[in-house]
Ligand binder design. Structure first.
Ligand code: SIN
Length: 278
């Protein structure tokens, strides 16, 4: 195991994930929870094999708004074709996967298949480190606040046009995106019991527990800047065969869109999680 930064990220040499023993899998799960995003190189998985591996971490999570891969209903093809040019890319804003759900996914697994010669890196940020960097007064204040998570500005019908530039992904926006879930702003990771500043700008649309609207907007802007500060982050340059597994309960991520004219394809599966708790 090789750590990638002083904060999060590790490269793990666990061999072929299709043949992991139960003991090796338990070790890998502990490494994911501890390092928050891990990378295993040289993996070669069909969609079904990815699902089989994913299911060993837990049952599949739902994936609203995104039509699954024709190869398997529990896999999403994250795919931008060369002809799609500068179209908005899937995952192209800081977010935690589907944090607007009552039970957001616990882990996400992303297998790199076709990677542009340059660009298309993904960034992760540790919300555990972001919590640890708060001062005691902030920790106390934020304990009593909640984030209103909604897919409104990502997948409601008004957003359909923005997704239509991806010719090989079918993202279907609908009114259910206007629903919302309130999650604590400070959560406790169910496996490590570490505190997490559970915020992401893509889906947190409001804060409960504060009445002053201007203060609220200021806080939300600050939370975005703080939780995505480079000092809490890692940026990954993909190689085909890389398998990334991240802990969606303690990280945010952001897929860069700087590879216009090149194809980029990764296969994504997600593992069901629990309701985030204080
Ligand atoms: C995602 O947000 O799940 C996609 C990340 C990526 O394409 O790098």
């Amino acid at each position: 195991m090789e750590r990638l930064t002083g904060v999060l990220g590790a490269r793990v040499d666990a061999g072929d994930v299709r043949t992991l023993s139960n003991e090796a899998l338990a070790e890998l799960r502990a490494l994911i929870c501890e390092h928050e995003v891990v990378f295993l190189a040289n993996q070669s998985l069909t969609a079904l094999e990815q699902v089989e591996f994913s299911r060993r971490l837990g049952p599949a999570a739902e994936s609203p708004f995104i039509e699954p891969s024709p190869d398997h209903p529990e896999v999403i093809k994250v795919l931008k074709e060369a002809r799609d040019g500068n179209a908005f890319n899937f995952g192209g804003a800081w977010h935690s996967d589907f944090s607007f759900l009552p039970n957001p996914p616990s882990f996400t697994i992303l297998l790199a298949l076709d990677i542009p010669p340059y660009g298309g890196d993904t960034l992760w940020s540790s919300m555990t480190a972001a919590y640890n960097a708060l001062n005691p007064a902030q920790k106390e204040t934020y304990e009593s606040l909640g984030g209103v998570h909604s897919a409104r500005d990502a997948y409601s019908p008004k957003m359909q046009a923005i997704h239509s530039g991806l010719s090989s992904m079918n993202i279907v926006c609908d009114d259910s995106a206007n629903e919302y879930e309130i999650h604590p702003l400070i959560t406790t990771h169910p496996e490590t019991l570490k505190k997490v500043l559970f915020y992401n700008r893509a889906y947190v649309r409001d804060i409960v527990g504060m009445s002053d609207e201007i203060e609220k907007l200021r806080l939300m802007e600050w939370l975005h800047l703080h939780t995505t500060d480079a000092k809490f982050g890692y940026r990954h340059k993909w190689t085909a065969g890389d398998l990334a597994i991240w802990d969606n309960r303690s990280t945010q991520h952001y897929a860069l869109n700087d590879y216009s004219g090149f194809r980029r394809e990764l296969h994504r599966s997600t593992v069901a999680g629990e309701r985030p708790l204080p």
